[in-house]
Design a protein around this ligand. Structure first.
Ligand SMILES: *Cc1c(COP(=O)(O)O)cnc(C)c1O
Length: 354
């Protein structure tokens, strides 16, 4: 192994189900920045330390790469002939990239017209077979489960346990960088695999005596796609946050357990709250995440208004994906639209701007 292990498997091998026989397929995922959100934390009373775990810095621009690295490596190990997934976009982008690298054919099934263009472009450029269906993510996943069983394809959605195993490394990184555990961990909840993975990671680090206690897990669904909050399947989930537009999460029970066992919560935020947080993170912290990612920060703002925090709390919000995946949304909601002026009028237009 090199002096500087690259990728989540090389870095956290002792915590992952790999052997010498596992061919490692990595794009150097992980080691994403944990950035102090100085403006955000200051606005609270009392001020608290807020950190943003910027998962958009992964190779394909979302946290999905952590789990895909392991899922594709294991698929290769068992000599799968192809992999398949349903996706709201990022899983398909990640599977397509890691599949290309492994030389494994990838088929992705996505809801037609509901995928951010950047994500669709990723699947296409990496050479995946892309099937768009009339129907939402939940329908796509049901379909994929059936086809995978009949045609012996490997599913790389988060119902694949290796996805969760790989994704738990984000919790390890948070602790390694902070030198301790946070008090609270906020994240968006869609299919609910990621909150499940973080909780597993934190528990394993505690068992290994790397941390002394566990953070409260704070998961946030979009109000129009909040099955766990309202306690029943949502047949037509609706939200601007397409990555969490899911009405029947695969890891529903595990997510509910993570919240309950950690004395955390699964709550919801409105689309307006999500978009406000999305803009705030971009304008005040300089970080461009995708709308679904901002559900974590929207949740933080909601609970800060409710006054749950104390001065010594350290809060981590996961920003799950990169803003460049969905530039249409950014153009539609930006606070300062562009202005067109004649070249000769630029000086005049700037006057009075600051
Ligand atoms: C997949 C995804 C989510 C939701 O994660 P789950 O594990 O399905 O709960 C949130 N944000 C982004 C950007 C995603 O790609």
């Amino acid at each position: 192994m090199s002096k500087h292990p690259q990728g989540v498997i090389a870095t956290y091998r002792e915590f992952l189900p790999v052997t010498d026989k596992t061919p490692i397929v990595s794009l150097h995922e992980g080691r994403t920045p944990l950035i102090a959100a100085r403006q955000l934390g200051k606005t609270f009373n009392p001020p608290i330390a807020v950190y943003l775990k910027c998962e958009g810095f992964n190779p394909t621009g979302s946290f999905k790469d952590r789990g895909m690295c392991l899922a594709i490596s294991k698929a290769l190990e068992k000599k799968a002939r192809a992999v398949i997934c349903a996706s709201t976009g990022n899983t398909s982008a990640s599977a397509s990239a890691y599949g290309a690298r492994a030389g494994l054919p990838v088929c992705v099934v996505i809801p037609e017209g509901e995928i951010a263009m950047g994500k669709l472009a990723q699947a296409i450029i990496h050479g995946a077979k892309v099937l768009q269906i009339k129907g939402n993510f939940d329908v796509a996943l049901d379909m994929v489960k059936e086809i995978a069983a009949n045609q012996s394809l490997e599913i790389v959605n988060s119902i694949n346990p290796f996805r969760i195993e790989g994704q738990k490394t984000a919790a390890f990184e948070v602790c390694d960088v902070l030198g301790t555990m946070p008090t609270y961990h906020f994240l968006p909840v869609g299919n609910a695999g990621n909150i499940t993975a973080y909780w597993k990671g934190y528990r394993e680090y505690k068992d290994a005596k790397r941390i002394s206690s566990l953070p409260k897990m704070m998961g946030f669904q979009a109000a129009g796609a909040a099955p766990i909050v309202i306690g029943r399947v949502v047949n037509n989930p609706e939200t601007v946050a397409s990555a969490i537009r899911i009405g029947n999460p695969a890891s529903w029970k595990a997510a509910a357990n993570a919240a309950a066992e950690s004395s955390g919560t699964i709550d919801m935020v409105t689309d307006d709250e999500i978009l406000d947080a999305y803009k705030m993170v971009a304008e005040q912290e300089g970080i461009f995440c995708e709308p679904a990612s901002a559900a974590s920060v929207a949740g933080l703002l909601k609970l800060a208004r409710a006054g749950i925090f104390q001065a010594n709390d350290a809060v981590v919000c996961t920003l799950t994906g990169h803003g460049l995946k969905d530039v249409d949304r950014a153009m539609a909601v930006a606070s300062r639209p562009t202005t067109c002026v004649n070249a000769g009028d630029v000086a005049e237009a700037i006057r009075g701007w600051l």
